[in-house]
Design a protein around this ligand. Structure first.
Ligand SMILES: [Zn+2]
Length: 473
């Protein structure tokens, strides 16, 4: 009996001791799917299963992480947040007014971000995105600006952070719009000791760079500053997976005791939702998952030292799974080969090639090739009539085209109509083209992940991460 008691005592002492010395995670990944509400995640899983010809879901990798919660997204000025206030909440643990980056609602007091806290703690820090590096979400991690639209001023704050790694499509507003003689952003950043790397190939050839800003190869020539949608991507385009790989490669150093903190934003999920383009959104969410899988592979090699948290800043589009008839037909969207913006570019090229004398046969061929219309996706008489009437309006007569506008794009009306028709055929619906106040999901795996369960306020998420990792304000 006595001996048994001694063993029990020793066992309890050992457990207590293990608890005392449980170490904080050294490596923290923070993934933010911009605009990625619960339905964006859920619908992508239905879509993947329907493409296999079956009912049910094919789970995304991150959706299978062991700890799951939901978060609110309201801002300091509205129940419906914008990406600046949403990003600031997720970066700093402070609610602010819509439009404000890294400041309190007084638009003066700076709010310290978790990236800054991690850097002060001694961790190496990366801030990355698939859109521009001075867009609302990433800038909330390194800048303090009363308006998210002050891209140039936000960009000037990038090198001040001293963070080791930045990546994205490019920087918006390289030139100061108010003073053309002011130094260009890329020059300021280079002079501050950053190496600007253009494209993943160039990154792979890089030797011994202290601080890196990775952007897409042809950023200056690209009409769009963000990296292309996954659905439109061509060989050689920078991807979110490559960005995540490069970030880990640059930030990880096993001799560095304080590890790293890396934020990765899937920024174009939001763009696709603003454009009400379901196929583009599904592939963007899959792409986001692929980037997370790179982090998950890292976690598997360092399970006790790694924490991965995934969430969103808000939901976009009020996206709904179903149109009223107890069915989904998401598999139709596998025949959509380009985004709404991508099809607009194809139409623009046709206009250019034909000197604006595009025939209905050419439009039909383009619709068939890029949406499967008349072929794998059957059109009703009403839809065909609507497309033909739009063709007549847009391409014949006085040819004064009214571009269909969404937040980030001006689309050809025939492109906007084609996406609207295929989304209706797929039985998805989009009540709005802006943000909603819906719940956003939280998923976590790794050291400390058990704390990300239940309903959370968005501002709790960075504070929990900071506490778990030992970062202090
Ligand atoms: Zn957003």
């Amino acid at each position: 009996m006595k001996r048994q008691r001694v063993y029990s005592f020793l066992l309890i002492a050992l457990c207590l001791c293990t608890t005392c010395i449980a170490k904080a995670p050294k490596y923290v990944f923070y993934f933010i799917g911009d605009g990625m509400g619960l339905n964006q995640v859920m619908s992508t899983q239905y879509y993947l299963k329907q493409c296999e010809g079956e009912l049910g879901i094919t789970p995304l990798g991150f959706a299978q992480f062991p700890y799951t919660g939901i978060a609110t997204s309201y801002s300091g000025s509205s129940d419906v947040t914008d990406s600046a206030a949403g990003g600031t909440a997720l970066a700093t643990g402070c609610k602010t007014a819509n439009g404000v980056i890294g400041m309190l609602t007084d638009k003066q007091t700076p709010a310290i971000s978790i990236a800054q806290m991690a850097h002060d703690y001694g961790a190496r820090v990366g801030v990355t995105t698939s859109v521009t590096i001075n867009h609302a979400t990433p800038s909330s991690f390194y800048a303090h600006q009363k308006s998210r639209n002050d891209y140039y001023e936000i960009g000037l704050q990038l090198p001040v952070s001293g963070f080791e790694f930045f990546a994205g499509g490019s920087l918006a507003e390289n030139t100061n719009p108010d003073d053309k003689s002011a130094p260009k952003l890329y020059d300021v950043i280079e002079e501050a000791g950053y190496t600007i790397v253009r494209g993943y190939d160039e990154y792979q050839k890089l030797v011994d760079a202290d601080k890196v800003v990775l952007i897409q190869k042809d950023a200056a020539a690209a009409k769009e500053d963000a990296i292309p949608y996954a659905i439109d991507a061509r060989e050689g385009d920078l991807t979110l997976e490559q960005i995540t790989e490069a970030a880990i490669d640059h930030l990880y150093d096993k001799r560095h005791k304080k590890g790293f903190f890396l934020m990765v934003e899937g920024g174009k999920i939001d763009y696709a939702c603003h454009a009400n383009d379901a196929a583009a959104m599904f592939l963007e969410t899959v792409n986001f998952d692929n980037a997370i899988q790179i982090a998950y592979e890292f976690y598997k090699q360092h399970p006790k030292e790694t924490l991965i948290v995934i969430t969103a800043d808000h939901e976009t589009g009020g996206f709904t799974l179903g149109t009223g008839s107890y069915a989904l037909n998401f598999s139709a969207l596998q025949y959509q080969k380009v985004s709404k913006a991508g099809f607009s570019r194809i139409i623009n090229q046709l206009r250019h090639d034909t000197k604006d004398n595009v025939s209905w046969e050419q439009i039909k061929a383009a619709l068939k090739e890029n949406f499967g219309f008349w072929d794998t996706v059957k059109l009703s008489e009403r839809d065909e009539k609507a497309l033909y009437e739009e063709y007549q309006r847009s391409f014949t007569g006085d040819k004064k085209v009214q571009m269909a506008e969404s937040l980030y794009f001006r689309d050809e009306p025939i492109s906007a109509l084609a996406v609207k028709i295929i989304d209706r055929i797929a039985m998805v619906s989009w009540p709005i083209t802006s943000h909603s106040a819906a719940y956003v999901p939280v998923f976590a795996v790794g050291n400390g992940a058990e704390q990300f369960v239940g309903q959370m306020n968005n501002i709790d998420i960075p504070m929990k991460i900071a506490k778990i990792a030992g970062y202090k304000k």
